[in-house]
Design a protein around this ligand. Structure first.
Ligand SMILES: NC(=O)c1ccc[n+]([C@@H]2O[C@H](COP(=O)([O-])OP(=O)(O)OC[C@H]3O[C@@H](n4cnc5c(N)ncnc54)[C@H](OP(=O)(O)O)[C@@H]3O)[C@@H](O)[C@H]2O)c1
Length: 241
């Protein structure tokens, strides 16, 4: 399975769509995530935004469609979610989820809408664990997908990560990736039950617990460096096509 993460806000959906076709891979062997941009939030506007993403990525379906940010000042994320629920029921999207929802926004979404997000894509790495948010997501069976898993490279310089890496003859990136691999596995399992009833295994709630967990993981994981390709660089400034 090849995983591709794009977003309307990145301005690269057309290129991603062309790359998926050019790869020659069967569509079912590629998992495509894209995200709805803030300006397209709302019950009326979200379907048009989804249609635009579908046209750019390839018309058949989107594997996972996320609300990119809650954008709370727009007061529209619950209406947007209801539109995504409808698109999901119509089968144009295989799974729906959210990204960057802080605790109160995710909590409100869960209390006021019907379908539980399959995935919550948030920044998670050893020095920024968002434990409460992670717990809320897991309590509802939402798969937490870690972005910036290396802390934008800063966590690679953490002495404790370095010590684990040295002890096991691997790189700091491999030590951290060993943790995120488990999350990726959970994500793909969620494909089987896209309304989101997966629970990932325990995510330690303190830095020292994380280090202990990584240490045990590092000793049990068979590293496969060739499979650990570097992620594309995040486009931080929205650049709509
Ligand atoms: N949903 C959202 O709002 C959101 C926000 C941010 C990011 N994301 C997603 O998260 C993913 C990655 O995030 P990110 O780029 O911010 O952070 P990251 O993966 O934590 O860090 C990227 C940095 O790590 C370095 N790096 C990557 N692999 C390495 C390795 N094996 N050894 C040493 N250094 C390595 C890169 O170096 P180089 O610069 O040399 O390549 C780059 O400086 C992307 O797919 C992105 O789309 C989503």
């Amino acid at each position: 399975m090849t995983y591709v993460d794009t977003a309307a806000g990145y301005g690269n959906e057309s290129g991603v769509g062309r790359a998926v076709v050019a790869s020659g891979l069967p569509r079912e062997d590629v998992f495509v995530t894209t995200k709805l941009w803030n300006a397209d939030q709302g019950y009326e506007s979200a379907p048009a935004a989804c249609d635009s993403s579908l046209q750019k990525l390839g018309p058949d379906y989107i594997d996972l469609y996320l609300i990119h940010f809650p954008a709370p000042t727009r007061l529209a994320y619950t209406d947007t979610w209801r539109a995504l629920e409808k698109l999901y029921r119509e089968g144009l999207i295989r799974a729906i989820g959210v990204s960057n929802f802080k605790f109160p926004f995710l909590d409100r979404l869960l209390r006021t809408t019907e379908i539980v997000p399959a995935v919550h894509q948030i920044e998670v790495h050893p020095t920024y664990q968002q434990a409460e948010l992670d717990q809320l997501s897991r309590d509802h069976g939402i798969v937490v997908e870690a972005y910036s898993p290396l802390g934008r490279a800063a966590d690679l310089a953490e002495p404790q990560i370095g010590a684990i890496a040295e002890a096991h003859g691997v790189t700091p990136a491999q030590v951290i990736s060993a943790g995120t691999c488990r999350l990726a596995g959970s994500l793909f399992r969620s494909l089987l039950r896209p309304s989101g009833s997966q629970t990932i295994s325990t995510w330690p709630d303190s830095f020292s617990a994380m280090m202990k967990w990584l240490r045990s993981l590092a000793s049990s994981v068979a590293f496969a460096p060739a499979k650990m390709s570097r992620p594309s660089t995040e486009q931080r400034v929205p650049n709509k096509e």
